[in-house]
Ligand binder design. Structure first.
Ligand SMILES: Nc1ncnc2c1ncn2[C@@H]1O[C@H](COP(=O)(O)OP(=O)(O)O)[C@@H](O)[C@H]1O
Ligand SMILES: O=C(O)C1=C[C@@H](OP(=O)(O)O)[C@@H](O)[C@H](O)C1
Ligand SMILES: [Mg+2]
Length: 163
């Protein structure tokens, strides 16, 4: 089966859903954030703090374009659409957008300590969601609304499209 790439904002559930979906579809699982941490041998927040966002984005591009188009569920990071090269690359793939409202994202990420962009008080995250929403929609073949839906329900919904 062609690989499924999950995109969406921070807190949309890409990593949580991706893992369970891969299990259910009997596919391999990858998360670009995990691959970046393995490649750099550092946590994401340390890469941002020590090297900056641009270095993180370079690594993100490198690991994304090294993934296989067959046999995987691949969870991406919310900022994967920041680079035009990534959007062009993903637009030829089987991309599922997990669409989530600003209110829901706030609830889910209330206690988050690990997402440097979420923690950055100088950035307008609501505006970022609005901007990225149209980029996710441009590259996605399928959009799934995740508000008011549990993880199992969302996994079942995507599973029923691809089984
Ligand atoms: N459908 C859902 N309903 C409730 N909580 C969810 C749902 N999807 C994800 N979460 C929770 O939201 C947080 C962020 O999920 P995560 O999978 O890390 O998102 P992402 O990888 O898109 O940033 C986690 O605490 C996760 O348990
Ligand atoms: O939105 C972003 O720019 C980011 C999202 C994160 O992934 P999640 O979407 O899995 O939180 C991670 O890649 C990094 O902190 C940057
Ligand atoms: Mg994630």
């Amino acid at each position: 089966m062609k690989s499924i790439f999950l995109v969406g904002f921070m807190g949309s559930g890409k990593s949580t859903i991706g893992k369970q979906l891969a299990k259910k579809l009997k596919l391999n699982y990858l998360d670009t954030d995990d691959l970046i941490e393995q490649t750099a041998n550092k946590k994401i927040k340390t890469i941002f703090a020590e090297d900056g966002e641009n270095v993180f984005r370079d690594l993100e591009h490198q690991v994304l374009t090294s993934t296989s188009d067959l046999g995987y569920v691949i969870s991406t990071g919310g900022g994967i659409v920041e680079r035009q090269e990534n959007r062009a690359w993903l637009s030829t793939k089987q991309v599922v957008y997990l669409k989530t409202s600003w209110e829901t994202i706030n609830e889910r990420l209330q206690a988050d300590q690990d997402r440097p962009i979420w923690q950055d008080q100088s950035r307008d995250k609501q505006l970022l969601l609005t901007k990225r929403d149209s980029l996710y929609r441009d590259i996605a073949k399928i959009t799934i609304e995740t508000d008011n839906q549990g993880v199992d329900q969302i996994v079942d919904q995507i599973y029923s499209i691809f089984e």
